[in-house]
Every structure is written in C-alpha cells, then in structure tokens.
Write a protein of this length. Structure first.
Length: 202
C-alpha cells in the first residue's frame, strides 16, 4: 500500500515537471575587459565596472575616463571641478598626454599629466624631429598659430601653421626672417649659427 502511494506521488511529480519544466541556464560569466554592447565602451575589472573617474588600463597603455554610468569619454573634454584644469580624451578614449593636438580646427598642448596648457609658453619634445618645439598658449588654451607674438622684452616670435615657434630661416608672407634660441626673431643684430656655420644679419 505504501509503495503504491509512493509510486503515485512520483508519477504526480513527474507529471508536474512535464507540464512546468524547470529551465536551467548557465551562470553568466564575470565581465572582464572592454565591452561595447550599448553603443558605447565600458570597462570591467573582473566584474567591477569602472565608473565616475579616470583609470589606468595597462592593456591599452593609457588613462581613460568614464562617467557615472560607466560610459567611456570619447573625443570629449573634461574639466576637473576642483583644479579647474582641462583634459581631453581622444578617439578611442585615450587621454591626450605630452602632445600637440588639433581639436575642431584649433591646436592645444597637453603636458605629460594630460593637463591642457593655458596662457603660458612651454617646450615639448618632438620625437620625429628629435628636437624641442616651442609653443605659446592663449588664455583658454588655444595655441598661437600662423600668428606673431611680442613678449614683454620686445622680442618677436612667429608661430607656424603647426602652432610651433618658427626656427632658423623662415619665410613669412613675402619676407624672410631668422629665428634663434627659443624662437625669437633677430632684429638689428647678427647671429652666428654653429650648426650651420653661418652668420646672419638682421
């Protein structure tokens, strides 16, 4: 009798399972690395999503910034609310570091910490030329470009179409000038260029 009841219970359970089968699914794997399934890039470090800050991502060898929802900054400016300095995140999210960059038709210079230079002069190493370029940033950050500048000592500088100070013999308009040192223009003087072995008169 007991066996008959047990068999009936088993049959009833099997019937229920046949009507309402349990759906088992594999546990979703822990997210790790870059993801772009929402129309923008996100980054996960073994399940922990990067949000609301700047992070160094070693596999990409750069700093990246993410907003409060985890969306990566892409071709976007960021103004630090405490220091009030600006950073720029290039295409692909890479932070602009130690470079001169054309953004929407204007040139800007960023130091090795990613800070945009503002209302100052500076030098930046040009790896391609294996030499130093000299730049001058206006208030607001845009660099002098195809423009003359006269400093407080009365020295004139000319900044080329690449936003760097002209050096050596340079034609500006219909006239040719010689720029020495950090880019100051020779005027009413002579200058001996050791590298070229020439003396210039201005």
């Amino acid at each position: 009798m007991k066996k008959a009841k047990l068999l009936a219970v088993v049959i009833a359970v099997l019937a229920i399972l046949a009507v309402f089968p349990f759906v088992t699914s594999a546990e979703e794997p822990t997210k790790n690395g870059w993801y772009n399934d929402k129309g923008y890039y996100e980054y996960f470090d073994y399940g922990e999503q990067y949000k609301n800050g700047e992070y160094w991502i070693s596999e990409s060898e750069s700093y990246f910034r993410f907003d409060a929802d985890g969306k990566m900054y892409n071709k976007e400016w960021y103004k630090d609310p405490e220091t009030l300095v600006y950073y720029y995140y290039k295409a692909g999210g890479y932070r602009a570091d130690d470079c001169i960059l054309n953004i929407d038709g204007a040139y800007y210079c960023f130091d090795d910490s990613g800070v945009m230079l503002n209302n100052q002069e500076a030098s930046i190493y040009n790896a391609e030329a294996d030499d130093w370029d000299f730049i001058r940033a206006k208030k607001g950050g845009a660099l002098y470009c195809k423009e003359w500048y006269k400093n407080e000592y009365g020295n004139w500088y000319y900044y080329t179409d690449k936003a760097v100070a002209a050096m050596g013999l340079t034609k500006v308009g219909s006239a040719t000038y010689y720029f020495a040192g950090d880019g100051w223009m020779l005027e009413n003087t002579t200058y001996y260029d050791e590298a070229e072995g020439c003396t210039y008169f201005a």
